[in-house]
Design a protein around this ligand. Structure first.
Ligand code: BYC
Length: 321
């Protein structure tokens, strides 16, 4: 009772819960679910853009894209570390992803069909990520909030690089402008779906907000993203593919159409265009990396003195003659 009261007081004061503090089981479970799925999203999210590293149109674009994809790997690793402070191991988390028991963001189950998609992902996908993640810097769990501060700084840079890429293409040829428009047409609705189902259909939101894990509802953040993005689309000279998109003076926000929620449900269920491909690729990468993990463990055991010391190749083969 006393522990619960102390926890409630920390949440009520918008202070932080730290790993060694007592916390309700549900709070711990919700954090593990959300942080792990966020980490998985960063790791799987490397694939759609990584697909273009070998085909970047210039050395400059290649260097930018390599750095961005590496940043996503870093985000995944900080988030896995934050999640481990809740008492779950990295191995268990990886297994939950590879077995399909835990989800990752729906957006990464769509294909990247042209180089314009690299710009659109930066502009729209990282833009949506920023709207969703800036409030998470103030989440009630300390390690998650602190990881988010650095992640958001890097996401802002990613968003700008995407916008800059699209601006460059929009000032190019007619064909380049058409590539940008076609890409935006494909990514607009899936980007809106990144914020999750509507509030009325979101089973976790109310409790997550009461615990200070989420600071805003899915619909609030979706609206914020639309309001932020429409003027940027105008400045770029692209049309957002939604005839219902209009400024509402009374609300002080843009009105917009309804995303296809059946599509989101299907993609989350595993039936999106690239779900099978993304998981198969991750499983293969995990298997290919087995020797690195084994070598790292053997090195640590060696350093700790818990493994036989092998000084050189001759020792390893038992032959010093
Ligand atoms: N995709 O009750 P709800 C990035 C699931 S990485 C898939 O509203 P919640 C980036 C949800 O998990 C972007 N699943 O849930 C990386 C729940 O199922 P479970 C990732 C979704 O948790 C590389 C069920 O639907 N960002 O930006 O309160 C390159 C009901 O939903 C989705 C984060 O992970 C979806 N879109 O709210 C570039 C941010 N939406 O778990 C960029 C942190 C919902 O009960 N996460 N589901 O089986 C969050 O803020 C929240 O978890 C969400 C969902 C807003 C996503």
């Amino acid at each position: 009772m006393e522990l619960q009261e102390k926890f409630d007081a920390v949440i009520a004061h918008h202070d932080r819960i730290e790993p060694r503090d007592w916390m309700p089981d549900g709070y711990r479970r919700t954090l593990i679910r959300q942080i792990a799925q966020h980490a998985h999203s960063e790791i799987i999210g490397m694939q759609p853009e990584g697909n273009w590293i070998g085909r970047a149109p210039s050395l400059r674009r290649k260097a930018i894209l390599l750095a961005k994809v590496q940043d996503e790997a870093g985000h995944g690793l900080y988030l896995y570390s934050a999640c481990e402070t809740l008492g779950i191991s990295r191995d268990e988390l990886v297994e939950l992803l590879l077995s399909g028991k835990q989800k990752y963001s729906s957006i990464f189950n769509y294909p990247t069909l042209s180089y314009a998609d690299v710009g659109t992902i930066g502009w729209l996908v990282d833009g949506a990520a920023i709207c969703n993640q800036v409030p998470l810097c103030r989440t009630s769990y300390g390690p998650y909030g602190r990881a988010m501060i650095r992640i958001c700084k890097e996401e802002s840079f990613h968003q700008r690089q995407g916008y800059e890429l699209l601006r460059t293409m929009m000032s190019g040829t007619e064909e380049q402008r058409a590539m940008v428009q076609e890409s935006v047409d494909r990514f607009w609705w899936p980007s809106l779906m990144m914020f999750g189902p509507p509030d009325t259909e979101s089973p976790n939101s109310a409790q997550s907000m009461a615990w200070g894990i989420k600071r805003n509802s899915n619909d609030e953040l979706r609206q914020k993203f639309v309001d932020m993005t429409v003027p940027q689309a105008d400045a770029l000279g692209v049309t957002l593919p939604d005839p219902a998109l209009t400024w509402n003076d009374e609300r002080g926000h843009y009105d917009f159409g309804e995303p296809d929620w059946a599509e989101l449900t299907a993609v989350i269920r595993g039936d999106g265009p690239c779900n099978a491909q993304r998981l198969a690729h991750r499983r293969a990468a995990h298997d290919d990396g087995a020797w690195v993990r084994e070598a790292a463990l053997a090195f640590r055991a060696h350093e700790d003195g818990t493994a036989p010391v092998v000084h050189d190749a001759a020792d390893a083969f038992g032959d010093r003659s």
